[in-house]
Design a protein around this ligand. Structure first.
Ligand SMILES: [Zn+2]
Length: 132
């Protein structure tokens, strides 16, 4: 991924900045430049919108077979979280016992190290969820 694109997308990820359609008021995350509901009507009316970071677990699964960079963390929980603003975000739930994760559980986002690209010295951060 090009460096410029990486940083632009990361600014949005760090701050949970999505977009809100000025026509129908739906919120999107990651940001969109056109509302998929309003199409052309929404062009030029999409405004940056910061999510408050709180939501509840819609569904989740426990991952036992992790990609190598997550080997140390497995098993871990991946959930789809319904944010208060209506968008759904998929992410890892941390700081919780596996058997404590429930549908409807209140969570909030937290910024954590996602991966560590050792050779290049690049550390990637992103949002994860923790219990409220
Ligand atoms: Zn719209």
């Amino acid at each position: 991924m090009a460096v410029a694109r990486f940083w632009r997308e990361n600014a949005s990820r760090y701050n949970l900045i999505g977009t809100k359609c000025g026509v129908c008021e739906r919120v999107y995350f990651p940001p969109r430049s056109v509302c998929p509901t309003c199409h052309r009507q929404s062009i030029g009316k999409m405004e940056p919108f910061k999510l408050n970071g709180e939501g509840e677990v819609l569904t989740f699964s426990i991952v036992h077979d992790a990609p190598s960079q997550l080997e140390m963390q497995k098993p871990y929980v991946i959930a789809i979280v319904q944010m208060e603003e209506g968008v759904r975000i998929t992410g890892q739930i941390i700081d919780v016992e596996l058997d404590e994760v429930k549908v409807g559980m209140k969570v909030r986002t937290t910024l954590r190290k996602v991966s560590d690209d050792g050779a290049a010295g690049v550390i990637h951060y992103g949002y994860k969820f923790m219990p409220l």
